[in-house]
Design a protein around this ligand. Structure first.
Ligand SMILES: *Cc1c(COP(=O)(O)O)cnc(C)c1O
Length: 232
């Protein structure tokens, strides 16, 4: 069990290297270890292999882990963020992956000013148009970005998507390609305070496909830490 986290990471990194070789974009994505629901002892196992980027989706859990974890860890907020909870984490997270409304961005701006920090964010796009998912539709993305770009303490770094749950990861290739194409289109607009360097896509089931489509971050939980138990 102890060793398996390290072995899993080695395995994922090998596969990422292989996938990156097949990518026309020359990217080799950074691995975010998605540690939600997992104890700090397991994070530390991953930390010891050199992992510094960890993904979490609950504000309370980030706060608890932030308290006790080494300060060079970068926490990524990858889950839906409620506006009333922004104030607890703006000064504790490295990147918020899940901005999908101007209302949320306005709260991030306000709380960033209060805490005297700059917030880096990704825009979450629901590329596959799944009803169950957060994120905005592709065709609405540019307009939202133009509005958020006006906020001086919120900096858009790129796009994020959560692809559908599929048994054949190749079925998600078109969505990853669509997100990559969208990020190129938006990058070409040269909007002030907007950069499209970051593409957060791919999870345990499909990170190799995402890596070959230009992902710069992949978010892998189960493939590193094993299945999650939400009943605890
Ligand atoms: C939980 C989660 C992941 C990791 O999922 P796995 O399938 O366990 O790798 C990735 N991204 C987001 C947004 C998540 O909520």
């Amino acid at each position: 069990m102890q060793d398996s986290i390290k072995e899993n990471i080695k395995n994922v990194e090998l596969k990422l290297d292989e996938a990156a070789k097949k990518s026309p974009y020359g990217n080799n994505p950074t691995l975010i270890a998605v540690s939600k629901t997992k104890p700090v002892s397991m994070l530390m196992e991953a930390y010891e292999t050199g992992i510094r980027d960890f993904g979490e989706n609950h504000v309370q859990e980030i706060l608890e882990k932030y308290e006790v974890c080494p300060k060079d860890i970068r926490f990524h907020m990858i889950g839906h963020l409620q506006k009333n909870k922004v104030k607890y984490i703006v000064d504790k997270v490295f990147l918020i992956h899940s901005v999908d409304s101007l209302a949320l961005a306005l709260v991030i701006e306000k709380e960033s000013v209060k805490k005297n920090v700059e917030s880096n964010v990704l825009i979450e796009v629901n590329v596959a148009r799944e009803e169950s998912k957060f994120g905005i539709f592709k065709e609405d993305t540019l307009a939202l970005i133009k509005e958020i770009a006006k906020l001086p303490h919120v900096h858009i770094k790129g796009l994020m998507t959560i692809a559908p749950y599929v048994t054949n990861p190749e079925d998600n290739r078109r969505y990853f390609e669509e997100l990559k194409a969208l990020s190129i289109d938006i990058g070409n607009q040269n909007i002030d305070n907007v950069c499209m360097d970051v593409l957060s896509m791919g999870m345990t089931g499909d990170y190799e496909v995402a890596a070959s489509c230009g992902a710069t971050y992949v978010r892998v939980g189960t493939g590193i830490f094993g299945e999650r138990n939400y009943n605890k």
